[in-house]
Design a protein around this ligand. Structure first.
Ligand SMILES: Nc1ncnc2c1ncn2[C@@H]1O[C@H](COP(=O)(O)OP(=O)(O)OP(=O)(O)O)[C@@H](O)[C@H]1O
Length: 275
């Protein structure tokens, strides 16, 4: 693909740019995990990041989240440099992330898990509750209503009082998504959301992700190609830390460099649903 990956999406020039990575390079010792990677994430779009095992996808997420500092290059969030942020700054910035697997708190109910996510908007909410601090009842009620509305939208309001361990894997994944959305982020990072889901659940997930475009930007790291091709507006393809293609799903699917990169990949074992 001859396209300059730093350019804003040409099909959506009216969409504001939320996140931009410019020439980001990450090294782990002698290994170059990301090699001058550039990416623009506009609001209202789903951006896919794909590539064979070890291509650098998780490292890219970790750079965005502030877990990993690039050696070179820069990040911009809403046009401003983002250089010293830490994972705990993400909610305040308006960035949420779902983890590989599920990552819910096992001792909290579904509703409580989502309230933890919603806490970005609480002045004295869930954390205050845990610490038995005085709190404003109205704040608390509004938070709960918002959390219930999220669960409802994801079709899991009926299990609000249950513990995650009692629920099927696909339902827990939905709860994890509800928790990430409860903070009302502007950017949602989805890390392999289809792993461990059935074909039917993946189809439902696709519909959900497409629906999210109305309210936020999504960056999706995913091995499940059908989901990527189905929901992404643009796809960035990494191989050995380098961008080898960037374009619409149809463009990258037919790109010889992408085909070659995937032909060299071993077949992955199916994911085993876990906690
Ligand atoms: N903390 C680290 N220390 C050393 N090497 C690392 C570290 N994290 C990642 N790597 C290496 O960097 C490269 C990119 O890894 P990364 O996990 O980003 O790839 P990925 O595309 O997410 O792979 P997968 O699809 O298998 O999850 C790999 O060679 C990996 O072994």
């Amino acid at each position: 693909m001859s396209e300059d990956p730093t350019r804003t999406d040409p099909e959506a020039p009216e969409l504001p740019e939320l996140l931009r990575l410019r020439e980001v390079t990450v090294r782990f010792g002698g290994l170059v995990a990301l090699d001058a990677v550039s990416l623009t994430v506009p609001s209202g779009r789903v951006t896919g990041v794909i590539g064979p095992n070890g291509a650098g996808k998780t490292t890219l997420f970790n750079v965005i989240c502030g877990f990993v500092r690039p050696r070179r290059g820069e990040l911009r969030w809403r046009g401003r440099p983002l250089s010293r942020h830490r994972p705990h700054d993400l909610a305040r910035l308006g960035i949420a992330r779902t983890l590989q697997g599920v990552g819910l708190f096992p001792g909290l109910t579904v509703l409580e898990n989502v309230l933890v996510g919603a806490d970005r908007h609480a002045r004295s909410g869930f954390l205050g509750d845990l610490l038995a601090l005085p709190r404003a009842d109205r704040d608390e009620r509004a938070l709960r209503e918002r959390a219930m509305a999220r669960l409802d939208r994801l079709g899991v309001a009926g299990v609000a009082g249950r513990l995650p361990g009692e629920l099927p894997y696909g339902v827990r994944k939905r709860v994890a998504l509800a928790r990430a959305l409860a903070a009302e982020p502007d950017l949602l990072l989805l890390d392999e959301p289809a792993a461990g889901l059935s074909a039917g659940e993946i189809a439902e997930l696709a519909e959900l992700v497409r629906g999210l475009r109305e309210e936020l930007a999504v960056v999706l790291v995913e091995h499940h190609m059908d989901l990527v091709m189905d929901v992404c507006d643009r796809v960035l393809v990494l191989d050995f830390g380098r961008v080898i293609a960037h374009g619409t799903p149809a463009e990258v699917r037919d790109d010889p460099a992408v085909v070659a990169a995937y032909l060299g990949e071993e077949v992955r074992e199916p994911e085993v649903p876990g906690a």
